[in-house]
Design a protein around this ligand. Structure first.
Ligand code: CDP
Length: 785
């Protein structure tokens, strides 16, 4: 008997085709909106047209008169049930339906439940709300002005529009380092408000059964168990009578982590009516009212030695949180704000401060395809690195090379308290430079400049912390961060794996089976993966921040190892030897010294149900909860080359090289898909995507005519390369990867455009680098914000 070929059974390293795609490409996915329940009603939301206004009256009488309208809910009716306000993940409160004031355009004011969605919309149109307009506050500058209106006058003790203050690092050591600097490099930037914009908007179907008193909610959530806990604690329903089901999800990107008023209102409506109530958000509702990303202003300095070594960094961020502080509290998490900035560099010391501001804009600040605010941290870091290289008169690649952590530095303690696990940063950078032909490009660039052509090259090197917890340091509303997997091997050796994470398109149904194949030798095709149903999946913290592989992936390894340990006992029984004499090879246990005497994992499975030794519990299954000892630290080097047209400001990407090190790759093809998707979003953010508001707080960009998503036509090609540094503490050496490209990619594009303008004195054009902004900068030789 020869050992199994791991790639053939779809184990670690196999580019196995995505099993979930069999239903997606046939239109057989099962999304929330596909679910139709008997007697189901439909809910629509009436939203505020104003950004800041006091509600003087709400008249719902005409809505109630429309045939087919079953229920109209106002904030006042919610308040009678103590549900007008809900707690947020940031220990703030958020209005479910407005009672006193509206605080952003698009805020939920009333809901109407009717026989079909059109009648429900008519019901919304029939409601008359009278508003007394108040002065809107649309940016942090206005928010902190002495005469700014108080947005959160609902909060006791709130005297201004500050929603948090935070600092990390060593202020005194940083001041000392700046006093010794040869060069101080300064930068001011804005990472604009953008939106995760999943193709499927948010929605829920609440189904309260008055007979059994059980509440089932089908919904678009990335974290079903957290929602169950929140419903149990806030609505005071018994937890075992709540079932949250996340069916197929059409993209999350952090947008489907928060609890939204639509979910809460549909649940209450179903409880009141005793019938299923479906709420499906439209595109404008999604863009205008659900968790945005970014909207952070940075003022930063770097203390530099003339030989190019970084002595210290000092950064201050102002974040625009919108009307309610609704994202997972970034200051409370060790990876929450700019903590991870400069983690890949040996920077000596640093000090970072931040202040959050309430404004009359939609709440959020969600981690849009990133771990909390790590995207802003990496963007600011890499823009500062390029500016510092310019200030030092040093080659930008060389400046990075001499400051990157060296291979022998790991595990490396950062000035902000992390332990970076492993990496080969110099190797990744060199591979990227060779792949793009760096030195030759510089020659070509100089030559092209003599002929009036503007070529540019931008580099972004970054690491990010992925995989919260550990439970000592990370929790959500007090619930410790870990994850889980439950594996049941049936008697014929086929298996079902249930996991606490929840895929929104990342391919978990494909890759999780590969981990089982690697650990047990059961072909991946023989493993069904289930996620997203709180009645069946073990408790998990959900999928966001690329934590699935670092945490749930590790739990899968650990549960498979537990199953293997029992299979070893069964094999000893079958082979009539002692357990200590049983050896393991992929998919088979055999007697030490007599390899021909063995039992396959399938034979052991059969024995678990038909021939177990005396005293052994039947069955072959187990559950594992995994609490990671550290975060995983992938690394990436992204390099873009561009050409800027000086006549129009239009810039084209010539080439884009990506070198990613995410440790051991479970499925190289899925990893490449993740990287390409992330780079596409990075290109979108750098070139076209932003949400703005006019002075009245009207949102610009609440539809896909104004808020742009790149299609295959605009998106450049990406050349992908890999380096593998196994994660030392993950059972299979894997690190997270899902968001690296979206986090690190934007700076590569933006740095490339600035490099093309390097002789103009333009230091910064804020994203997105729209042609008119680039053209304006070229005309004036000045920054554009
Ligand atoms: O948490 P999320 O699933 O969004 O991110 P992730 O853990 O980085 O995983 C994204 C996808 O890439 C999953 O299907 C993983 O199994 C896969 N992956 C992989 O094949 N190898 C890695 N080293 C990391 C992720």
């Amino acid at each position: 008997m020869t050992a199994l070929d791991e790639i053939k059974i779809g184990g670690l390293g196999a580019s196995r085709r995505r099993v979930e795609d069999a239903r997606f490409v046939r239109g057989r996915g099962n999304y929330t909106d596909d679910i139709v329940l008997p007697g189901m009603l439909h809910m629509e939301i009436l939203r505020s047209p104003l950004a800041h206004a006091r509600i003087t009256s709400i008249d719902t009488s005409r809505a109630w008169e429309i045939p087919g309208v079953r229920l109209v809910l106002t904030g006042e009716m919610m308040a009678q049930r103590n549900l007008a306000w809900m707690p947020t993940l940031s220990y703030d409160t958020q209005a479910v339906l407005a009672t006193d004031k509206v605080r952003f355009q698009g805020q939920e004011v009333c809901v109407v439940v009717a026989d079909d969605p059109y009648i429900a919309k008519d019901g919304c149109d029939a409601i008359v709300v009278e508003y007394e307009p108040l002065t809107p506050v649309v940016n942090p500058l206005q928010s902190r002005a002495a005469d700014a209106p108080l947005i959160r006058d609902d909060k006791e003790g709130q005297v201004d529009n500050t929603c948090y203050r935070w600092e990390v690092g060593d202020r005194a050591a940083t001041e000392r380092a700046f006093a010794q600097a040869d060069v101080v490099s300064r930068m001011q930037l804005h990472y604009p408000r953008s939106h995760p914009s999943p193709i499927e908007c948010c929605g829920s179907i609440a189904d309260f059964d008055p007979a059994t008193q059980k509440l089932t909610v089908y919904m678009t959530t990335q974290a079903p168990h957290i929602i169950r806990a929140a419903v149990a604690l806030v609505a005071e329903l018994p937890e075992h009578m709540i079932r949250i089901v996340s069916p197929d999800i059409g993209g999350g990107f952090g947008n489907k982590v928060p609890v939204y008023p639509g979910y809460v209102a549909s649940i209450l409506a179903s409880i009141l009516l005793g019938r299923p109530v479906k709420w499906i958000e439209d595109r404008t509702g999604n863009l205008a009212s659900t968790g945005f990303g970014r909207d952070m202003y940075l003022a930063a300095e770097m203390a530099l030695r003339s030989d190019g070594r970084i002595l210290a960094v000092r950064m201050h961020a102002d974040t625009d949180q919108g009307a309610f502080f609704a994202d997972a509290q970034p200051t409370k998490f060790k990876i929450g704000l700019l903590h991870s900035a400069f983690a890949c560099y040996d920077i000596g010391t640093g000090h970072i401060t931040a202040q959050g501001h309430y404004t009359n804009k939609a709440p959020g600040g969600v981690a849009y395809r990133c771990s909390f605010r790590v995207t802003e941290a990496m963007f600011f870091q890499e823009r500062m690195m390029q500016a510092a290289a310019v200030d030092l008169g040093m080659d930008q690649a060389e400046f990075r090379r001499i400051n990157l952590l060296r291979d022998d530095a790991f595990p490396a303690r950062t000035p902000f308290g992390f332990l970076v696990d492993s990496g080969q940063y110099g190797k990744c950078l060199r591979l990227g430079l060779d792949a793009i032909g760096y030195e030759q490009f510089l020659v070509d660039q100089a030559e092209a400049r003599t002929r009036g052509r503007r070529l540019g090259i931008g580099i972004s090197t970054m690491t990010e912390p992925l995989g919260a917890g550990n439970s000592r340091e990370y929790d959500i509303l007090g619930i410790k961060m870990f994850d889980s997997a439950e594996l049941r091997v049936h008697m014929t050796g086929k298996a079902i794996l249930r996991v606490g994470a929840k895929s929104q398109g990342q391919g978990h149904e494909t890759t999780w089976g590969q981990i089982v194949a690697h650990e047990l030798g059961i072909p991946a095709a023989d493993v069904i993966v289930e996620e997203g149903d709180t009645d069946t999946a073990p408790f998990g913290m959900g999928t966001y921040a690329s934590r699935s592989t670092p945490v749930a992936g590790a739990a899968i390894s650990m549960v498979a190892r537990k199953v293997r340990a029992k299979a070893r006992k069964l094999a000893a029984h079958l082979l009539e030897c002692s357990e200590e004499d049983v050896e393991w090879e992929l998919g088979r246990l055999y007697v030490r010294g007599a390899p021909h005497r063995g039992a396959t994992i399938q034979e052991c499975a059969m024995a678990a149900y038909s021939n177990m030794p005396d005293g052994m519990e039947p069955g072959l299954e187990n559950v594992a909860y995994y609490d990671p000892p550290n975060l995983t630290w992938p690394f990436a080097c992204y390099i873009a080359t561009v050409e800027v047209d000086p006549e129009t400001g239009v810039w084209d990407v010539l080439r884009f090289v990506a070198v990613d090190d995410c440790g051991v790759r479970i499925n190289p093809m899925v990893v490449e898909g993740q990287i390409m998707g992330g780079l596409t979003e990075a290109y979108a953010m750098s070139s076209m995507q932003f949400q703005t508001y006019d002075a009245e707080g009207n949102m610009v960009g609440s539809n896909y005519m104004d808020y742009l998503l790149p299609t295959a036509w605009e998106t450049p090609g990406f050349e992908l390369h890999e380096v593998v540094t196994p994660c030392p503490h993950h059972p299979i050496g894997a690190k997270g990867v899902g968001e690296c490209a979206a986090v690190g990619g934007p700076a590569a594009f933006v740095n490339a455009v600035h490099d093309a303008l390097s002789d103009t004195g333009v230091r910064n054009i804020d994203m997105p680098l729209l042609p008119d902004r680039v053209w304006q900068a070229l005309q004036d030789g000045r920054d554009v914000s």
